[in-house]
Design a protein around this ligand. Structure first.
Ligand SMILES: NC(=O)c1ccc[n+]([C@@H]2O[C@H](COP(=O)([O-])OP(=O)(O)OC[C@H]3O[C@@H](n4cnc5c(N)ncnc54)[C@H](O)[C@@H]3O)[C@@H](O)[C@H]2O)c1
Length: 410
């Protein structure tokens, strides 16, 4: 098959390469000229385990371009961010990608939407645009939401089960045959709107569960009880699985997708409440940091980890962004260190420079790197650490002279 994938980001690029490795003739299309140029020069635009090897295997069947060419299959993997001032999805990239495809569509072609969207988008937004360009043309449309997680994307794209919703049975079956070429997990077929809803339910479930864990952490502190220990013990129950408290929820999925469900609903309550709780966690973190440096004049704090989750370089919607801004508003000097991130809104320091003259380390991201740091090697003005992920060896850090703070433990 000749396949065009629109959007060469965290989802579109690995998908393109897996399809190319499976033998399809793949054109990756992106409006970001620099990204396309990088790929033309055999450079990968971001870090992801196993991607270099996949790129080498797939290269002969893959090319990157800025324009869409006629194809048998078009896959849309463009961003669907949140308009954060209104908490409603911004679908302009979906519209423009669909317009680009509309102009190239032929009889019998298949369009697959992979981007996460509010329920109804395929039928209400995408279909009319395609029809506008191709009145009377018989084409196919499906939605196949992506479940893969950054840091393990390639393995998960191959092995996760997948839901495919079709505009009709033929569309769903055509899309199934495309994914079958590289997916080992089960493929479940349904209608297009159900597939849109399933994706949002999955991430909303996690967001609500994390909000509950965060609330338990705050209640634990009020009661003087170690909430982490209590959660571990509660999870011994065969039907209980509480997630971990933390400094907030980031990334392009869990912190955003719940709004896609609740923003246009007049009945939803729990979803926005969970969002509110998780979005308030950076404030909780900064309050705790303030308590730890209360008696210090002109305090400097060091943020360990600006990526939104462990062992990745993705900083989109990362809790660190809000923590830094709140901390600066408190009058703190803030220095950041992240062993995985090179490109960030704020200046990044080396490990050594980030702790120099610092009064408190705030561990925001659970990078494995931080678990292995030797606290004896850290030369600071005052030795405080606030471990919002509960990942350090407390005895070792205490022995090195640190005062330790953790969310959910007073
Ligand atoms: N990253 C994840 O872990 C993940 C997981 C599941 C689902 N998703 C969903 O997948 C979709 C893509 O996410 P991502 O993380 O790959 O985004 P991304 O920001 O990493 O990449 C998107 C790419 O699309 C390009 N683009 C924008 N408009 C375009 C257009 N009209 N034509 C061609 N290219 C265009 C951008 O330049 C960018 O390179 C989103 O809807 C996201 O919610 C992401």
């Amino acid at each position: 098959m000749k396949i065009s994938v629109l959007g060469l980001g965290y989802i579109g690029l690995p998908t393109s390469l897996l399809l190319a490795e499976a033998g399809h003739e793949v054109t990756g299309v992106d409006i970001d000229k620099e990204k396309v140029e990088q790929l033309k020069n055999d450079e990968l635009p971001f870090e992801e385990p196993e991607m270099e090897e996949l790129f080498q295997n797939a290269k002969d069947n893959f090319k990157a371009e800025t324009e869409v060419e006629p194809s048998d299959v078009f896959i849309i993997a463009v961003p669907t961010p949140l308009d954060s001032s209104l908490n409603i999805p911004d679908l302009k990239a979906i519209k423009s990608a669909t317009e680009m495809i509309g102009a190239q569509l032929s009889e019998g072609d298949l369009v697959i939407l992979e981007s996460t969207v509010p329920p109804g988008t395929s039928e209400n937004l995408i279909l009319p645009i395609l029809k506008k360009y191709n009145d009377g043309l018989d084409f196919n449309l499906a939605h196949s939401p992506e479940r893969a997680i950054p840091g393990n994307t390639i393995k998960e794209m191959k092995n996760n089960s997948r839901v495919i919703g079709g505009l009709n049975e033929k569309s769903a079956e055509m899309a199934e045959s495309i994914y079958d070429s590289f997916v080992d997990g089960a493929i479940h077929l349904t209608d297009i709107k159900t597939a849109e809803l399933v994706k949002l339910m999955e991430n909303t479930f996690r967001d609500v569960n994390i909000a509950l864990a965060n609330e338990f952490a705050q209640i634990g502190e009020e009661l003087g009880i170690n909430a982490w220990e209590a959660i571990d013990l509660a999870n011994e129950h065969p039907r209980v699985d509480i997630l971990n408290p933390g400094p907030g929820v980031g990334g392009h999925c869990i912190s955003i997708d719940p709004w896609f469900l609740s923003s246009n609903s007049t009945t939803s309550k729990m979803i926005s409440l969970a969002r509110e709780i998780n979005d308030s966690m950076p404030n909780f973190v900064v309050n705790k940091a303030r308590e730890m440096v209360d008696d210090i004049t002109d305090p400097t704090i060091t943020i360990f980890g600006v990526a939104y989750k462990g062992d990745v370089d993705d900083t989109r919607e990362a809790p660190a962004l809000k923590i830094i801004k709140l901390a600066e508003n408190e009058g703190f000097q803030v220095k950041c260190f992240d062993p995985h991130v090179n490109d960030f809104k704020y200046e990044l320091y080396s490990l050594e420079k980030s702790v120099e003259n610092s009064d408190c380390i705030v561990i925001v991201t659970d990078h494995e790197y931080f678990e292995d740091i030797d606290p004896d090697q850290l030369s600071m003005r005052n030795k405080n650490v606030l471990d919002t992920r509960n990942i350090i060896d407390e005895k070792q850090w205490e022995k090195a002279g640190f005062d330790i703070g953790t969310l959910g433990i007073r």
